[in-house]
Ligand binder design. Structure first.
Ligand SMILES: Cc1cc2nc3c(=O)[nH]c(=O)nc-3n(C[C@H](O)[C@H](O)[C@H](O)COP(=O)(O)O)c2cc1C
Length: 182
């Protein structure tokens, strides 16, 4: 099968390239904590476990992370969609988002930033390389500690397509023995 195609704005191709789950980034600097919603994260390496985060310099989180050099990548599930949106449309420079959105900050093991108890998984990260921070707002983080709920095996995550549209994770289908350990 082939498709009839038309020109598409290059600035919008992200809508077809964002399969990863929306995550909540929690940070702490001195006594202040914060959370932001993010869709632009990408896996960079297995071991060390590297993840790239694109955090706009306009966000309070950018400045907190630049100072603290640590954060938690929290994986929320679809039942948290209203909080995901509220956290992504408000700023920690004005409010305490843990308090405003009724989330529980629990102590992380290896970094100062708190983990979000209501999230399915918490990945504690340390800044691994800041080479692209000033130029591209891109933080290369190393996951140094991971905690994941025992069940369900496949959480119902949400994936952002832009324009207010979220894709909710669906069927999980085993397709190939060839990919067993990949
Ligand atoms: C679904 C969704 C995805 C988002 N993804 C990102 C992202 O990948 N990077 C980013 O810098 N901001 C992203 N944002 C915007 C921030 O979450 C938003 O600017 C937030 O207010 C920043 O909070 P802060 O100022 O407390 O850091 C996203 C927002 C939403 C709702």
């Amino acid at each position: 099968m082939t498709y009839q195609k038309k020109d598409y704005p290059v600035s919008a191709v992200r809508r077809f390239l964002e399969p990863g789950p929306v995550v909540l980034i929690s940070t702490q600097w001195k006594t202040k904590t914060n959370i932001m919603t993010m869709a632009w994260q990408t896996v960079l390496e297995f071991s060390p476990s590297l993840v790239g985060l694109m955090i706009s310099g306009a966000n309070h989180t950018f400045h907190m992370l630049k100072q603290s050099r640590g954060c938690v990548i929290n994986i929320p599930t679809e039942d948290m969609i209203d909080k995901i949106i509220d956290i992504g449309t408000s700023t920690g420079s004005e409010i305490d988002k843990f308090e405003a959105f009724g989330l529980t900050a629990t102590a992380s093991e290896l970094i100062d930033a708190p983990s979000i108890a209501e999230c399915y998984a918490n990945f504690e990260c340390k800044l691994y390389d800041d080479v692209m921070v000033d130029r591209y707002n891109f933080f290369i983080m190393e996951v140094v500690k991971a905690k994941v709920a025992a069940s369900p095996k496949y959480p119902k995550t949400v994936h952002y397509r832009g324009n207010g549209i979220f894709m909710h994770s669906g069927k999980n289908v085993f397709h190939s023995e060839k990919l067993r350990n990949m």
